[in-house]
Write a protein that binds this ligand. Structure first.
Ligand code: NYM
Length: 212
């Protein structure tokens, strides 16, 4: 831990449609903060390394079928099993850059038609992010980027519904970045909002819980 023990790390969450560039941007952001000497880790959900994560992974690969409610609860359980470690890291001064979080959980499941309040319920009590960055791209543009794999959900019609769900989840605290800008421009804007947030957390902003 390269920072003073009295200041905590920030919980930074990146959200967006599939192919919005989240994963590359989290990687670049991680590298930058690490090189700047910050204590930082790069996380992602689903975390496919746990037992629950392996069930999710098999579902996403269409190797298993699950009821929509059941898979929703597994995604949530996958966050719950990392909650205490997350809190420990943040309190010890490590900033976490998290690729997808509860908002993905709610956006993807409610896009299937599940009730949004029902979707939000199992997330209550998880740590609330200090910053949510939404990498904004239209479903059509995202589809043009190619590289939609064979995973479940990676289809234009479904992504349109997910975009709608994200829109109803967004609030004024979210930072929205135009994901169609160049990689460098997105990176620059991302760094600005993240550094700003890290300072606020440093100054003693308390950790809070979902849903605020
Ligand atoms: N996804 C991700 C959900 O449906 N619910 C969740 O809670 C989370 C975290 O999993 N299409 C979906 C969104 C993605 C897929 O994520 C796998 P990724 O970032 O492609 O590994």
């Amino acid at each position: 831990n390269k920072e003073s023990s009295s200041s905590r790390g920030a919980l930074i969450v990146l959200e967006g449609l599939d192919r919005c560039g989240k994963t590359s941007q989290s990687g670049r952001l991680y590298k930058y903060l690490d090189e700047q000497g910050h204590s930082v880790e790069s996380w992602r959900f689903p975390d496919r390394n746990t037992g629950v994560g392996q069930m999710i992974s098999s579902y996403l690969a269409n190797k298993s079928q699950l009821d929509d409610h059941a898979i929703h609860l597994l995604f949530s359980a996958n966050r719950w099993e990392k909650r205490s470690l997350m809190e420990e890291k943040l309190k010890s001064g490590t900033t976490l850059i998290v690729d997808r979080y509860s908002y993905s959980g709610v956006a993807f499941s409610s896009a299937k038609g599940l009730d949004i309040e029902w979707c939000k319920a199992p997330e209550i009590g998880l740590l609330a992010p200090d910053l949510v960055v939404y990498l904004d791209i239209s479903p059509e543009k995202a589809a043009e980027r190619g590289g939609y794999g064979d995973e479940r959900y990676e289809q234009l019609e479904f992504q349109k519904k997910v975009a709608g769900s994200y829109l109803s989840l967004r609030d004024s605290s979210w930072k929205v970045i135009d994901a169609t800008l160049s990689i460098e421009d997105v990176e620059k804007k991302l760094r600005e909002v993240v550094l700003d947030c890290m300072i606020t957390c440093h100054k003693g902003k308390p950790l809070s819980q979902l849903w605020p």
